[in-house]
Ligand binder design. Structure first.
Ligand code: NAD
Length: 541
């Protein structure tokens, strides 16, 4: 057991590499990408530390070249779900008994492995499997993931240090126990960092985990497991399975030892899982923790005092980076009539210079959307806008799927603030703009607040401080991450804890102490040094 009150290394954000043209950084990353592109990788599930292979091999293809396969993974069934639960429960006691410093060490080591020898590998896997360009891969799979690991260790120690006061003669303590049973992590395709954070944050707090990554993110998920193994994570603490989402949820959520769900993905899927948990509530040994970060319809609200170039740039970056496939992507903008033409011109001139294609060419700012479904969904929104009386496609509107799932940055202008692409999450590079009369500023703030069920991220652009203050108050509950004169994407761990409420999630703020709180169950301990020896209190005389 620990014989010191250890201090963990001071967490700092990993510096984002710039990958300038011709630099060694970019040459090394692209050469790793090319090497991995040619390899045919074979990805087994990892259960109880063992590689599990099945008869069912599923080909892995890249979004920007769907004829190219870079290997396959082994698909599991419900027997593998059971196996993963058993392996987790078998690992539980030993993992629970391990001193926190030992746990911390594993995840700090994982962070250093990602920052060093695995950086190019996890970035390249994310570029190939999820079609992220060099910069998007770097800020996600390297830096944000590393930040999650390092900051969570620091937040864990802050949490452990939160202790009650003690009256004379007694000593009060609070111990932060892992949850009884096993935890379930279900992760989305769009962020390697989130995919890594969901299972590791629970494991860091002493829990054992069954992890089901998205089948569109399996390549980088494999690298995550390789890193954790090399960092010394004991077998069975995190078990990675490739199984059908719905069936797996039904199986896992019916288990009496299910103790917590850490989910990131779409709103509908999360609501379905919550319902399953409700239906099973009488089966569980304890009330499970439910954390879900879900969909968004993130806004940019512009005041007529705003800086034109800043608004246009925030819209271009916020809406089109990673093809608009960030939960935080700007997807609806409200722009006053007096400045709309200028904003539109600057946006159009910026978008004209955007290159689209494979991440292998780092000068491509936009790459492919994740799969055929996403491509078809974007295409349908664009086609309907072209045909609508309420909307016009004013920039972009092109798409092509011969080689990869490419959708060009598209701006739709609508006269209807409730037009479908103003209120529904599309998850593609499509921005819809509603132009309002300048004098309708207040009513437009109400529209921003009430026209969608979501509340994830949002920005306000203004130079006028009274306008900023008004928006700040009127939109208090419209976004869990609120930006002033900045794009609504790009939250940094340790700086802007991330998460939304309403239909966007339980707002348990990934990358913060608030999140870690959900994966522990506190025990209060009171010790009396000299116990009373007579029942009579003084008032009894
Ligand atoms: P998704 O909901 O399709 O899938 C997420 C995970 O759930 C995957 O592992 C998937 O296999 C699994 N799944 C799918 N159907 C299931 C079912 N019926 N029951 C149980 N599990 C099931 O989401 P996605 O397409 O991978 O990711 C995009 C979505 O995630 C968007 O809605 C986006 O806004 C959201 N997202 C939110 C945040 C956030 O922090 N709020 C972050 C990233 C992504």
């Amino acid at each position: 057991m620990s014989k010191a009150i250890s201090q963990v290394p001071f967490a700092q954000n990993e510096t984002v590499k710039s990958y300038e043209p011709g630099s060694d950084e970019v040459k090394n990353l692209i050469s790793t990408y090319r090497k991995m592109w040619k390899e045919k990788t074979e990805i087994p599930m990892i259960i109880g530390g063992k590689e599990i292979k099945t008869e069912t091999k599923i080909q892995l293809t890249s979004p920007h070249d769907h004829h190219h396969d870079f290997g396959f993974y082994y698909q599991g069934d419900m027997s593998h779900v059971d196996m993963a639960i058993e392996a987790a429960l078998a690992a539980k006691n030993k993992w629970n008994a391990l001193a926190w410093e030992q746990r911390a060490s594993i995840f700090l080591k994982a962070a250093d492995l990602l920052a060093g020898p695995y950086r190019d590998v996890i970035n390249a896997a994310t570029m190939i499997g999820q079609s992220k360009n060099v910069h998007q891969a770097e800020i996600d799979s390297a830096c944000e993931f590393i930040d999650f690991l390092r900051y969570n260790v620091e937040f864990m120690t802050e949490l452990y240090a939160e202790q009650p006061v003690s009256d004379p003669g007694i000593w009060n303590r609070v111990e932060y126990r892992p949850l009884e049973g096993f935890c379930f992590a279900v992760t989305p395709f769009n962020f390697t960092a989130i995919s890594g954070n969901l299972p590791t944050s629970m494991a860091l707090m002493g829990n054992v985990v069954v992890w089901k990554p998205s089948d569109k993110q399996i390549y980088a998920a494999k690298v995550t497991m390789d890193v954790l193994k090399e960092a010394g994570l004991p077998d069975g603490v995190i078990n990675m399975i490739f199984t059908d989402g719905k069936e797996t949820a039904e199986r896992v959520l019916a288990h009496p030892d299910f103790a917590g769900l850490h989910f990131t993905g779409s709103t509908k899927v999360f609501q379905g899982m919550w319902k399953m948990i409700g239906d099973n509530i009488h089966n569980y040994k304890s009330y499970p923790r439910i954390v879900g970060e879900t969909g968004g319809k993130d806004f940019v609200m512009v005041h007529h005092s705003a800086n034109i170039e800043a608004v246009a740039t925030a819209l271009v970056r916020g809406a089109f980076e990673y093809q608009g496939q960030k939960c935080s992507a700007a997807s609806r903008a409200y722009i006053p009539k007096s400045i709309w033409n200028q904003v539109k011109d600057v946006m159009a001139s910026q978008i004209k210079t955007i290159k689209i294609g494979s991440p292998e060419d780092p000068s491509n700012y936009v790459n492919a959307v994740i799969d055929k479904n996403s491509f078809e969904k974007c295409k349908a929104y664009i086609d309907r806008a072209e045909a609508s009386n309420d909307a016009n496609v004013i920039i972009g509107g092109k798409y092509e799927d011969k080689k990869g799932w490419f959708v060009y940055p598209t701006v739709i202008e609508t006269i209807n603030p409730y037009y479908e692409s103003m209120v529904e999450e599309i998850f593609g590079p499509i921005l819809t703009v509603f132009v309002y009369e300048d004098e309708n500023w207040e009513n437009t703030l109400k529209l921003v607040d009430t026209s969608t069920p979501y509340s994830l991220t949002g920005s306000i652009f203004a130079q006028d401080r009274y306008a900023i203050d008004e928006a700040y108050k009127a939109l208090e509950n419209a976004a869990g991450n609120f930006y002033i004169n900045d794009k609504p994407t790009g939250a940094v761990v340790g700086q802007q804890p991330f998460g939304g409420s309403r239909a966007s999630g339980t707002n348990d703020k990934a990358g913060s102490k608030m999140n870690l709180m959900r994966w522990v169950s506190a025990r209060s301990i009171k010790e009396t040094f000299v116990p009373a020896k007579d029942y009579k209190y003084p008032y009894l005389g």
